[in-house]
Design a protein around this ligand. Sequence first.
Ligand code: FES
Length: 199
Amino acid sequence: MGGADAGPCRLTVCRGCCCGTRKKVPGVDHKAQLARLSAVEDHLGRSVPVRTSKCLGICFQADVVVVQPSREGRAAGGRPVWLGRITEDEHLEAVDDWISAGGPGLAPLPEALADHVTSKDAKKPKKPKKPKKLKKPKKLEKLEKDKKRKKSEKPRGPGKSKKDKKSNRDEKSKKDKKSKKDKKSKKDRKSGRKGGGKG
Ligand code: FES
């Protein structure tokens, strides 16, 4: 076994709590992708060892794949390259092409992987905060509530409410009673006068 045989590129494929799971990355045949990566050979025709690992700590980038440089690549300044969101076949093809060309340190990173470079220290991007509602001053709030309430109330015409109708009825019956009383007293007076004339 020559020196070169001892140091091909190596791949670490995360298969922890999220990477490789349908729950986190649905619609992907993870097993087939792992098999695809296991078939990769480097520029010297050496098969590339693939190791699956537990969670690498950046689940938001699932699926995560780390490409380790070959011995020659490392000697040329190549360092392990962390790739995130490796879910499409084109990503796997790009990894294959890269390693076939020599991998980190020996061949430039394929363009298809440029947006996928990440690191073990990558921070999960924070969700944008919803803009806070400005609190209205209490006085203004009360005024607006009153306005709304007044608008929602139906305008009442004069004497239309039950109370008004009742008071109208009361007034009318009072008037009737009074006029009846007046008529009666007039009648009494008249009859009194008549009676006096006869006597
Ligand atoms: S499961 Fe892959 S980074 Fe956590």
